[in-house]
Write a protein that binds this ligand. Structure first.
Ligand SMILES: Nc1ncnc2c1ncn2[C@@H]1O[C@H](COP(=O)(O)OP(=O)(O)O)[C@@H](O)[C@H]1O
Ligand SMILES: O=C(O)[C@@H](O)C(=O)COP(=O)(O)O
Length: 424
């Protein structure tokens, strides 16, 4: 297998978002969980997205895991690697975007790295280096209240400068709108000044296509699904990849359906409220989780008889005020970790008792669940919402399974119903 594109995603929902984008753009794509084991039977593909759970871990660990993924991808012919980060640039001043970018850049000896989290289809645009979420700057968006990485600065040149050892430049929209050659000249100018990475503005998909053409000539780029779209279109339009339709990814699986929500985003809170109208919903008592009570067992006892009748939803999600109060009592990391592990306990036991279709809301939450289920990889199926595909597990010990891993902020108000309709 010679890969046209290698991707390293810093969380699992982000990975499936990117795998979805690449698939829709015509690249045969597989999503793996971690660096694949040698005996994992991978189909012939154009792109592999290696999913890591490295967004909110200690920077040194994020660097070593990303470097291992990079080495594996380049060992399979990927001369071009995309480090997939969140379209809302989720990170802290400690990292992990900057440290991982710096390490991968050094490993492949890239002069200047193109960086853009723009994803216009989901309302993420970048202008003069400032990230907008819909109509508002990042620091005024719901991301200001994220439980793990609250975002308080919309200027990504500043944000990345605080995390990276290299200086960060800007390729602005006027330059970009003059075309690929203008972008190349600007990058050469920045590189000549010793600047090692540049935030690139992008507002429309056509901007991403220009960026993709240039990024395809580089060894490393950093961004969200939007730059993935640009890269995929460039690989197809330059004939490096023959656009292929995916096949055999829609066979029925059946079995019980369960939904788990650990995201506290505004979008997920609305989706849970709407789900209450169509399925039983259990709201976990997060204080009980943090004080060591067996809240997972209470949830499983609640779900058991209901699952025989139809889908259920179990949620830890709470409003920013409640999240802040819980964190004040128990600490941010301890709260996040304990709740994620409870979600993983619940998922493991639900699957043992016959659930075969699982919908998970939240990136970290999805990571904890998929790790516990020991699923090594996914094929990408139908698109439920922008950035959220149906995933078919490959090589899972539980056998045939369908999952949807939803980024907290993604999906329409009826997301859970929308997902169930496509997960047959
Ligand atoms: N009620 C709660 N209070 C505090 N933290 C919570 C609560 N519910 C979930 N969490 C934690 O918040 C984090 C949500 O992150 P994640 O699952 O990535 O969602 P998103 O996709 O919205 O970023 C997880 O670590 C999760 O365990
Ligand atoms: O790029 C994006 O916005 C998503 O792919 C993503 O990574 C979102 O992260 P979570 O909300 O933590 O799932």
């Amino acid at each position: 297998m010679t890969l046209a594109l290698g991707c390293i995603a810093d969380d699992y929902t982000g990975a499936s978002d990117l795998a979805n984008t690449l698939t829709r753009a015509g690249l045969r794509t597989v999503q793996t969980i971690g660096v694949p084991a040698d005996d994992l039977d991978l189909p012939e593909v154009d792109a592999v997205v290696v999913s890591l759970k490295s967004r909110s871990i200690e920077p040194g660990l994020a660097v070593s895991r990303s470097r291992a993924a990079d080495k594996w991808l380049r060992g399979r012919g990927a001369s071009n690697v995309l480090f997939k980060i969140c379209s809302t640039f989720d990170s802290t001043d400690a990292g992990n975007i900057g440290p991982v970018m710096d390490a991968l850049r050094a490993d492949c000896d890239e002069a200047v790295v193109l960086v853009t989290p723009a994803f216009p289809e989901n309302g993420r645009t970048v202008y003069q280096g400032n990230l907008f979420v819909g109509a508002v700057p990042l620091n005024e968006s719901p991301l200001k209240d994220h439980p793990l990485n609250p975002m308080h600065d919309s200027n990504l040149v500043r944000v990345l400068s605080r995390q990276s050892r290299t200086q960060i430049g800007l390729v602005d929209l006027p330059t970009l709108s003059r075309g690929a050659e203008a972008v190349r000249s600007r990058l050469a100018e920045l590189s000549g000044k010793g600047i090692g990475a540049a935030i690139i503005d992008a507002v429309f998909d056509r901007d991403l296509e220009t960026i993709g053409l240039v990024a395809a000539e580089h060894r490393l780029s950093v961004g969200a699904s939007g730059i993935g779209l640009g890269l995929a279109r460039a690989l197809v339009s330059t004939g490096k990849v023959k656009s292929a339709a995916s096949s055999g990814r829609d066979a029925t699986v059946g079995g019980q359906v369960a939904c788990l929500a650990g995201s506290c985003s505004q979008a997920t809170l609305q989706q849970i409220a709407n789900a209450e109208r169509v399925m039983p919903v259990l709201h976990l008592d997060t204080d009980r989780i943090l004080t060591g009570a067996n809240e997972a067992q209470r949830a499983l006892d609640w779900a058991g008889p209901r699952l025989a009748q139809g889908p259920v939803l179990i949620a830890s999600s709470a409003t920013p005020a409640d999240v802040a109060a819980l964190q004040a009592r128990h600490g941010r990391d301890a709260a996040g970790h304990a709740i994620e592990q409870t979600m993983a306990d619940i998922a493991e036991n639900l699957v043992k008792s016959g659930v075969r279709r699982l919908i998970v809301a939240g990136g970290e939450t999805s990571g904890a669940v998929v790790d516990r289920l020991r699923i090594p990889g996914f094929l990408v199926g139908a698109e439920i919402a922008a950035g959220v595909p149906v995933l078919r597990a490959v090589g899972a010990t539980a056998g045939e399974m369908l999952l949807a891993l939803k980024s907290g902020n993604f999906g329409g108000p009826e997301f859970f119903s929308d997902a169930m309709r496509l997960m047959r």
